[in-house]
Design a protein. Structure first.
Length: 400
């Protein structure tokens, strides 16, 4: 096979030559690649935005743009920050205004929430440059929950309880501001290294609500963590509760949401047989992931209260019904024994008191020179006993 030399010559800053295919009288023939230009069309690597934010590396790509790690050149120590570059990848013209609206809404929400809660990233800047839109926010030093919730490695009930409690506590604040996150999943939950707190990130899919259930919107979310009403474009506050419940079930079972079966009649998730969990905790999770949103906890505050209450129950109340019946029978038997013992002791005590009272009364009513009847009875009994002993001694002495 003929080998062709690899060439690295750029033509008009547009194409990159890759391989020479052959040569003829009119010149050489090359296989050209235009991928370099396409790849860097929207890239801002090594770019300095507003002469302040210097892009360092690409963090990730999304449907509405890319996310970069940058440094803030204006602040002491040049701390890291996160830059989101808005450029929708969907060629449909109708998508652009929707994506732009979500991008602007994310900036507004981050400014509102991040300045009032330390478990939501703060917004540093929101601007357009050279026709492109950028959002600069706080960099969270930590790891996302995909590094804690691993496939095939179930977590303990206590670990999952603390995890859900941390998530719900920050979501309470979000819901109090009438905001639905709509994309809660392990990738959007960061464990911050500095204090081990959970930080909720990526508010690019949020929906602000006035009245619950008002209006129809586009379906945004991640399959497996997105309930049916959200997939239909009608998200509720309890749609976020569903996502957190699925994260809890995933952590307890070690299974991804798409690996769990559903009841064909009710649509409910079947998972209890794949986890070691108390009934009280499992009941809370079942309520969080109900198929019908009206049967779920309606807000993060309600779900958090139910979670804490369930885990505060004594162990006996979380055992199976068989163990509960055995404990009840044991307590009933023990109670009856104590009752009978008390009655017996009470009866004996009463008799002793009566005898003592009777004896005292007889003693006090007897004449001074006459011994009491009780004393006479003792003396008669003693004399009778001594007489019987004397008779037996006499008989034994007369026997040959």
């Amino acid at each position: 096979m003929r080998q062709y030399p690899l060439l690295r010559k750029k033509l008009r800053n547009r194409y990159e030559t890759v391989t020479m295919l052959g040569s003829g009288k009119s010149g050489n023939t090359y296989l050209l690649s235009g991928g370099t230009r396409n790849m860097h069309k929207h890239s801002v690597l090594r770019k300095k935005l507003r002469n302040r934010f210097e892009i360092v590396t690409l963090l990730g790509r999304g449907g509405s743009g890319d996310t970069y790690l940058a440094v803030d050149l204006d602040l002491p120590g040049k701390p890291h920050c996160v830059v989101k570059h808005f450029h929708p990848k969907d060629p449909n013209p109708a998508v652009v205004p929707i994506a732009k609206s979500l991008f602007a809404r994310e900036a507004e929400v981050l400014y509102q929430l991040g300045n009032n809660h330390d478990q939501v990233p703060r917004l540093f800047a929101h601007f357009d440059e050279d026709g492109d839109f950028y959002l600069v926010q706080e960099f969270i030093g930590g790891h996302d929950l995909t590094q804690e919730i691993l496939p095939g490695q179930p977590l303990s009930e206590n670990t999952v309880f603390n995890l859900l409690k941390d998530i719900l506590e920050v979501l309470v604040f979000v819901h109090q501001n009438n905001i639905i996150h709509r994309d809660i999943k392990p990738q959007n939950l960061m464990r911050r290294y500095s204090d081990q707190k959970i930080v909720l990130i990526d508010f690019g899919s949020i929906k602000r609500i006035g009245a619950l259930g008002a209006g129809l919107t586009i379906a945004v979310g991640t399959p497996g963590y997105m309930p049916s009403e959200q997939a239909k474009g009608k998200p509720k506050l309890c749609s976020d509760i569903y996502a957190i419940g699925m994260i809890g079930i995933q952590a307890l079972t070690g299974l991804m949401p798409n690996q769990l079966q559903e009841d064909p009649n009710t649509g409910e998730v079947i998972w209890r047989n794949k986890a070691r969990v108390s009934d009280a905790f499992a009941d809370v999770l079942d309520t969080m992931v109900r198929e019908r949103y009206s049967q779920r906890y309606q807000s993060a505050a309600e779900a958090l209260q139910a979670l804490i209450s369930a885990m505060e129950l004594p162990p006996s109340s979380q055992s199976t019904s068989k163990d509960e019946n055995a404990d009840d029978n044991y307590l009933l038997t023990y109670r009856n024994f104590i009752l009978l013992l008390g009655m017996g002791l009470g009866t004996i005590t009463s008799l002793v008191v009566i005898v003592l009272i009777y004896t005292f009364m007889q003693t006090s009513t007897s004449p001074p020179n006459q011994p009491p009847q009780f004393k006479n009875f003792i003396e008669k009994s003693s004399k009778s006993s001594f007489a019987q002993v004397d008779d037996r001694v006499a008989k034994s002495s007369t026997t040959p």
